[in-house]
Design a protein around this ligand. Sequence first.
Ligand code: NAD
Length: 298
Amino acid sequence: MTRIAFIGLGNMGGGMAANQAKAGHRVAAFDLSQAALERAEAAGCVPTASVTEAVRDADIVITMLPAGPHVLKVYSEQIIGAAPSSALLLDCSTIDVETARRVATLARDAGYAFADAPVSGGTVAADAGTLAFMVGCDEGDFARIEAALEPMSRATMRAGDHGAGQAAKICNNMILGITMIGTCEAVALAEKLGLDPVKFFDIASKSSGQSWSVSSYYPWPGPVPTAPSNRDYQGGFATAMMLKDLKLAQEAAAKAGATTPMGAQAEALYALFDGLGHGGRDFSAMLQMLRGRLDALS
Ligand code: NAD
């Protein structure tokens, strides 16, 4: 039986830890939140009193934490040195590339195998065990990383060396953030021109305007029944989360000297929408801001 330590049992980590327990592993779980710990226990995990207790005899350590500073602190102060050096360390949080590389160096210097392994797919995929993982790791470690992630994954892809998983994640989400705004602008224009947005879906989804934002996540209700537009933009991928990822992309672009004007515009628009109090709504609700119909959001 594999001994897994799971740190960070929030919206994503809770379901992911539950899937590891469901796969028959012993999951020692820790979160600062008592409610999260209780939910994990109900899902078959063993609650612990601290990170160090959770990782003490772990074969695999998985972290799913809010942001870079949490990850750096937890690894440098509570995991590295406390987990057996044979343990495989996997950080699935979305964080900046620089911190991911820093943690990888700290881990490697202490003799651990480490990977940044951020995910694509929201809480539904976390609960269902159908996340896509983008992995930055030493090539020789990939097979065992893939096996460790398997109970939570529908696809595990090695992006490159340490930090490459985070790079892939923020670049992917920058495309998503931009294409969603483009889709929302086009739908709002179609409406103003007297073109039925549902008819426009039929056309754009079969024409060169097609993208995931059109075909799988259309911001106008009707054509894609699973899209959050059908449920007042509740659930899905929160605007605040998209904003976090776009900020990471812009910070990375500034450091790397990359030119990302559309990414910068997208960040500014989601920041505006977030500032208007809609950070908890799905990011496709941007349509209502661009239509000038924020009143349509209940
Ligand atoms: P969340 O806030 O629901 O969960 C984070 C958990 O970490 C919380 O329960 C918190 O108590 C815990 N935590 C914080 N500091 C801790 C510490 N020092 N020790 C132990 N536990 C600690 O966030 P989430 O939605 O689960 O997201 C987690 C990560 O996954 C983020 O990096 C996010 O960007 C990424 N992500 C989220 C989604 C999504 O749709 N929610 C999708 C893809 C990626």
